[in-house]
Design a protein. Structure first.
Length: 62
């Protein structure tokens, strides 16, 4: 078997499985890691901040 065929077969089978597993693991890590909800709720409120009335939980930038 030549090198291209071997690498193509590896990429189509095991690498696809490895990348899918990595993708699912990153989604689970982002959703369930400790402290994530506070961080993401602060980031989600950025569009609603105004200079005259900033969001209550956000830190002011210099």
């Amino acid at each position: 078997m030549e090198t291209y065929s071997l690498l193509r077969q590896f990429a189509d089978s095991w690498m696809l499985l490895a990348l899918f597993t990595f993708f699912v693991a990153m989604i689970l890590w982002v959703m369930f890691r400790p402290g994530a909800s506070k961080t993401y709720s602060d980031v989600a409120n950025i569009p609603f901040r105004h200079e005259d009335k900033p969001a209550p939980s956000g830190e002011k930038e210099a």
